[in-house]
Design a protein around this ligand. Sequence first.
Ligand code: ADP
Ligand code: MG
Length: 489
Amino acid sequence: MEKEKFDYFIKTESNIWEVVIGLEVHAQVISESKLFSGSSTKFGSKPNTQVSLVDSAFPGMLPVINQYCIEQAVKTGLGLNAKINLLSIFDRKNYFYADLPAGYQISQYKSPIVGEGAVTLDMPYGSKKIGIERLHLEQDAGKSIHDLSPDNTFVDLNRAGVALMEIVSKPDLRSPSEVNSYVKKLRTIMRYLGTCDGNMQEGSLRADVNVSVKKKGEKKFGTRCEIKNVNSIKFMEMAIDSEAKRQVELLETGKTIIQETRLFDTKKNETRSMRSKEEAHDYRYFPDPDLLPLELKQSFIDNIKNKLPELPDQKKERFIKNYKLTPYESNVLVSEFETSKYFEEVIKKADINLAKNWIIVELFAVLNKKNLDIKESPVSPQNLASLINAISSGEISGKIAKKVFEIMVETGDEPTKIIKEKGLKQQSDPKELEKIIIKVLEANSDKVLQYNSGKEKLYGFFVGEIMKASSGSANPKLVNDILKVKLKK
Ligand code: ADP
Ligand code: MG
């Protein structure tokens, strides 16, 4: 497909504007305990029940690094085709907030654990590489709760100290749909790796979205604004669109963009200023004296590399090559690990071409409608495989299969049982079919005459009547064969 159809430009009377976007994605590391303490990271527990003395910053407490979180960050870095740094440093990022008891967040500033990498997006106009600037580890802060009381703010420190990976992209994204695809791709990669569950409702994945605009063709980037903490892909797309339009309007009326941090108001669909852009020196970053520089051995990294699972891009290629899928089909089937697993279960026992279509078209429609995950599918891979086999062997027609599938969705029953109980087996006995066909032709002898004198359109009518007369069970191929012979007479 031509790229122009998907280009995202803001056109005004006098100009065409291009949007430049870079994302800082915060991904919560899958780990039972926090980055520097042994407290649990379980989601949804009672407030302040998962807070150790380290998390609440009691004087004299010392952070101890959680090796598992380091492994997770390295794994993610490898999944992003990125350079893993053998030496990285934890810094204190100082700021005051009620949900940050230490008065600083332990993060990585100049020396992150992961350096440059790249992620490939599959856009309708082809694949596009998005550069990764870095990935660093940092602690999450606690949560301030403002809406429980009119006069008080409550603080829940369960999240304080939980490990986050901040994945910073290069300013390579050019449209809301590329951002959509980028975030989904990151999520898919991390889910395959088991390093972040990507659950946006629970806040496991959220992003700061940097947006600037420039005239189309211009090399130099404009001044960016950073929209903080956007927690859904749809809101990211909306925020970019509305922020880009705001900037264009300012520039076209001769004003300038001030680099600042903004918030997206999802109800009003607009961004508004939160604070002027802070600089690194505002945070007085310095290496945390309680933590030694983190030195990794190459063997530690190699070990993780050797145990990496098959990643989505590799799986996509394998599906194209081994199963002769189109890139689109392959993409759809690998975008969730569970979907690819389901597909491979089905094709162990059933025809690949039928399987891919049944999954992408029929099964996805049902899951969508019922808002179910494929893991909760009422139709198991085994049952879908038997349904497909019933079609392949001619036991039922594709049309009847849809009926059977509907029942499978509602009952979770096996197709063979449904076909038997409901008498849906395809009528494939030529003698029986011939009887039905003769009956139909006799009842419509006037139309047979018209057909024979050249009104060939009537053929479809006969087929329809025969199908009706057999309650839809007639084997269409046999019907065709017999009908043709009968009409010639
Ligand atoms: P900061 O800490 O100041 O937010 P970071 O380096 O963490 O800086 O992140 C900067 C983000 O802004 C990156 O994702 C980068 O791609 C993006 N970015 C940089 N320049 C621009 C620009 N002109 N327009 C849009 N995004 C930009
Ligand atoms: Mg930032």
